[in-house]
Ligand binder design. Structure first.
Ligand code: PLP
Length: 526
């Protein structure tokens, strides 16, 4: 195998490829030689342009080195090689085909995709936070412990709860932490129970978490107004119910006005109330879940307190706890001593009153990078700024609801208002068109589609969450795009069936991709 340092290849293209016509682009003009369309660059896969044995680095061969290695490959790995500039261009070109919050409005409902202030990034990258190790001696990381502790104080204050477990690494991880606290509390009083009640409209992680924590999940129906059916829930309560999991505001974008009543009823039969707090963005500074009788609630720092997310991470899901659940919180945690200094509680210790901790959610102390971003966000907004976040998020969602409810069916929004997200359905679309066609049409308009087919309680659901960070001009442009595509859908415009027409790739077979994913590059093409 000989290594050659490859020459800069400006177009990610090799002569043997010939003219690279875009595979599935209809073009009003003759296709271009490169497949590029001005700044929209067509980029082959790295397996098509990279060459095995090629590298951007010119290493000397060290005589006898191979023989000295304890392990040796019997066959080459066949990884595609490129020079450094080729590599940079390849991934930069691909990245330009991505949609991002820094490019435009990200309407995904139930995800809270908001602007992440650059200040948060700057603080998170400070060496004193970014370059420390969880096993460093405590006296060398006092500042980081102070950040964890200050953030914990804010979360407890904002939610009106008793304590917070900071270690869970995401919303779903926080749900598990909360349910394990409930399980530990029930077992400690010798009353293990079997059932967790979850409303129909819940995020999929709720029933999954309850099942993972060893409970049988029973579903509670929704009322015609999109809220938890209190009578149905009350009728199901009994000594076998460990607790309920309720999202507030719920995944229809509606406030659950009966939450306090529900909590009282659940407590009366000895159960606990878990609240999915992923939508805290809508009520932060306005509503304290502790006042509504909640026992445990995760907060998605990566949704409510900025911090970039998507693409699978990173996340952070601290869980605020009631006084009843606090003794069972997982280790380790940071605690402020009587002298004001913060120290880590890492072991169970009866004298400290931490002997009932249910265990650990993570090896160390949580997502430090998310803690610094979230605390920066909180401090830079202040209490009044956080309240305004919730108010503006709700205002923006209602502006969208009222600006679209004459072209899109709004099942729960016909007369009333919504919280932070607006829910629509595809009722009234003609010519066999449905939600998926509107979503694909939005891609041609330059928008990432909204959340589709969720929540399941609405047929052909479209859930739009603009967040507080969009200006009126940006909302108006988005509304204009949705109105245009929705009118086409209601007129049965056939061309929507094959949208997107302008994206780098056209409509893919998503069912096939999910059921039979091809995860390895096959040169033969099948
Ligand atoms: C995002 C979300 C979750 C899960 O949070 P992850 O951080 O993705 O695990 C749970 N419930 C609701 C309502 C959410 O929006």
């Amino acid at each position: 195998m000989t290594e050659t340092v490859s020459k800069l290849n400006p177009a990610g293209w090799r002569p043997e490829m010939g003219p690279r016509q875009h595979p599935d682009h209809e073009s009003p003009v003759d296709p271009t030689f490169t497949g590029n369309r001005a700044l929209m660059l067509e980029e082959p896969l790295i397996f098509e342009i990279g060459k095995v044995g090629e590298t951007g680095v010119d290493f000397d061969r060290v005589p006898g080195a191979a023989a000295a290695l304890p392990f040796q490959r019997s066959a080459p790995l066949d990884l595609p090689g490129l020079s450094e500039p080729e590599t940079v261009r390849h991934y930069t070109r691909l990245s330009r085909q991505n949609y991002a919050i820094d490019l435009g409005l990200f309407p995904l409902g139930s995800c809270t995709m908001k602007h992440n202030p650059r200040l948060d990034e700057k603080v998170a990258r400070m060496a004193g936070f970014a370059d420390i190790h969880p096993l460093q001696p405590q006296q060398t990381v006092r500042g980081a412990l102070e950040v964890i502790s200050q953030l914990a104080d804010w979360l407890v204050q904002l939610t009106g709860m008793h304590s917070v477990a900071m270690t869970p690494k995401a919303g779903a991880h926080g749900e598990l932490c909360g349910l394990l606290c409930i399980r530990a509390a029930l077992e400690a009083r010798g009353d293990p129970r079997e059932v967790v009640l979850v409303p129909e409209s819940a995020h999929g992680t709720n029933p999954a978490t309850a099942a993972f924590a060893g409970y049988r999940v029973e579903s509670i129906p929704a009322t015609a107004a999109g809220r938890v059916d209190f009578e149905a829930l009350q009728a199901r309560l009994g000594p076998d119910v460990a607790g309920v999991m309720i999202t507030n505001p719920n995944t229809c974008g509606l406030f659950e006005p009966d939450l306090k009543k529900i909590a009282d009823a659940v407590h009366a039969v000895g159960g606990f109330v878990y609240c999915d707090g992923a939508n805290f963005n809508a009520i932060v500074g306005r509503v304290r879940p502790g006042d509504l009788g909640v026992d445990a609630m995760h907060i998605n720092l990566h949704k409510t307190f900025s911090t970039p997310h998507g693409g699978g991470g990173p996340g952070s899901g601290p869980v605020v706890l009631s006084e009843a659940l606090t003794p069972f919180a997982p280790l380790p945690f940071a605690a402020r001593g009587p002298d004001g200094s913060v120290r880590l509680i890492e072991e169970e210790d009866a004298a400290d009153g931490h002997s009932q901790a249910f265990g650990r959610m993570a090896a160390f102390h949580g997502q430090m990078g998310m803690f610094t971003r979230a605390l920066t966000y909180i401090l830079s907004h202040g209490a009044d700024g956080l309240r305004q976040v919730a108010e503006d998020a709700v205002l923006n969602a209602n502006y969208i609801l009222r600006s679209l409810d004459d072209v899109l069916d709004a099942p729960f929004g016909k007369s009333g208002s919504c919280m932070h997200e607006a829910l629509f359905s595809d009722a009234g679309f003609a010519g066999g068109l449905s939600t998926i066609d509107l979503a694909k049409g939005l891609i041609d308009e330059g928008y990432h589609p909204m959340t589709v087919y969720f929540p399941l309680v609405v047929h052909g659901a479209m859930l739009i969450e603009p967040t507080e960070t969009e200006s009126k001009a940006s909302l108006d442009q988005f509304i204009g795009a949705v109105r245009s595509v929705a009118s086409r859908a209601k007129a049965g415009d056939e061309s929507l069936k094959s949208a997107p027409h302008f994206a780098p790739r056209r409509r893919l077979d998503e069912t096939q991709a999910a059921r039979k994913p091809v995860l390895a590059w096959q040169a033969t093409g099948n």
